[in-house]
Design a binder for this molecule. Structure first.
Ligand code: MRU
Length: 384
């Protein structure tokens, strides 16, 4: 997507040095556009844990590049065992950064499979030269990191096209009046490599010339809605309004919301959806007001191994995120206290919306109902 008229992805390789990964450090948005250089696994793990990058798809792509950096670091090992140990440790380090978005483990596992292939391929060619094996593994990890990122981008583009149909249907009914979409957190291009999941249909509709307006939930405590979603919609020229997290129900009762589209950090193969804390309450309000509630996700956000949303690990972050708020003044980022210093606070990062509250899932292969049968019809390769 465009920033100040220039095309950006959220993560890329430094064109002058492919051993350096560059990413948009989202902690400074919307006030500063900062690009961070990352060249070690430790830096990459920090970038994910401390949320320089965040959002399911981007966390996965970042982990993919992190594993590529792991092979570069491991290439210094004098023997196979040392190389393998470094890569395995890096995989564990990256996987431990954030628990809920399944894309993280998915990308790391995909890299481990790919890197392991390097050894057998070189062995098969009878080229037991250790240097060659290492070069092959680094090349495979690089190719896989690029593949994961490119796939994420393409899947989000497709989600946009499938979701566009849904917005077009509402637009036809509304006869040119704006279609009002409510979204929670940030499932736009900043949460992926490009396009986004929940916002991809909105961008597609806007680019098609349809009138769309987005209600942007602020999304406390980290305010991904007011900081990130509002910023990226503004960059693309999409009309939007930031609302307090608790305002959605009121707007739905007044007929000001036509559909809700949110993203997902992990969706079970039966259709239960984990997304940013507060999503469940939006789904309840949507059902009470008979407003369609869609979840947009690439297939990398399905967890094919679990059947019930209660099994999804829910991240708990530091209390200071709830008790403090940050903002900018005179070019400086300031943090202020917004709660009594001695009051304890709890900070649950995600909640689970049960499938019965979800109207449909928008995936790269099309829209389906949030139930196992419909999901497996779209993704039959996961039927056991
Ligand atoms: O904690 P975050 O910012 O990494 O949370 C992820 C999200 O942005 C949302 O839950 C999003 O709606 C789904 S991930 C695209």
């Amino acid at each position: 997507m465009k920033v100040g008229g220039q095309h950006f992805r959220t993560i890329w390789l430094n064109p002058a040095n492919e051993q350096v990964v560059q990413l948009i450090d989202q902690r400074f948005l919307p006030h500063r556009f900062v690009i961070e250089d990352v060249s070690t696994v430790a830096q990459m793990a920090t970038a994910i844990r401390e949320m320089h990058v965040r959002g399911a798809g981007l966390i996965g792509a970042t982990a993919g590049y992190g594993m590529y950096l792991a092979t570069i670091e491991a290439a210094g090992s004098p023997a196979v065992a040392g190389f393998d140990r470094h890569v395995t440790d890096a995989a564990a380090q990256l996987k431990a950064t954030r628990p809920t978005a399944v894309n993280l483990a998915w990308a790391v596992e995909r890299q481990l499979t790919s890197i392991a292939k390097g050894k057998s391929e070189v062995r098969a060619a009878q080229a037991l030269d250790w240097r060659k094996t290492v070069q092959r593994k680094v090349a495979l990890a690089l190719a896989t990191a690029k593949e994961i990122a490119a796939e994420d981008e393409e899947h989000c583009r497709m989600i946009g096209q499938h979701g566009l149909d849904l917005i077009e249907q509402v637009a036809r009914r509304k006869n040119g009046k704006p279609v009002n979409v409510l979204t929670h957190c940030n499932a736009g291009w900043l949460a992926f490599v490009d396009y986004g999941s929940a916002l991809a249909p909105v961008y597609a509709a806007h680019d098609r010339g349809l009138s769309v307006h987005v209600w942007v939930d602020e999304t406390r405590p980290r305010s991904q809605g007011s900081k990130l979603t509002a910023w990226e919609l503004g960059q693309h020229g999409v009309p939007h309004t930031i609302i307090a997290d608790s305002a959605g129900g009121h707007l739905m009762q007044r007929g000001s919301v036509d559909l809700v589209i949110v993203g997902s950090d992990r969706t079970t193969c039966t259709g239960d959806v984990a997304n940013k804390i507060g999503t469940y309450l939006k789904a309840l309000a949507a059902q009470d007001n008979r407003i369609p509630f869609y979840v947009a996700l690439p297939s990398s956000s399905f967890d094919w191994t679990i059947r019930d949303g209660s099994e999804i690990p829910i991240e708990e972050r530091g209390a200071e995120e709830v008790k403090r708020a940050d903002g900018w003044r005179d070019g400086q980022m300031l943090e202020v206290s917004v709660a009594p210093e001695n009051s304890p606070a709890a900070n649950y990062g995600f909640d689970v919306t049960p499938r019965r509250l979800v109207t449909g899932l928008i995936t790269e292969r099309g829209v389906c109902k949030a139930d196992e049968k419909s999901i497996l019809e779209l993704f039959p390769e996961h039927a056991s």
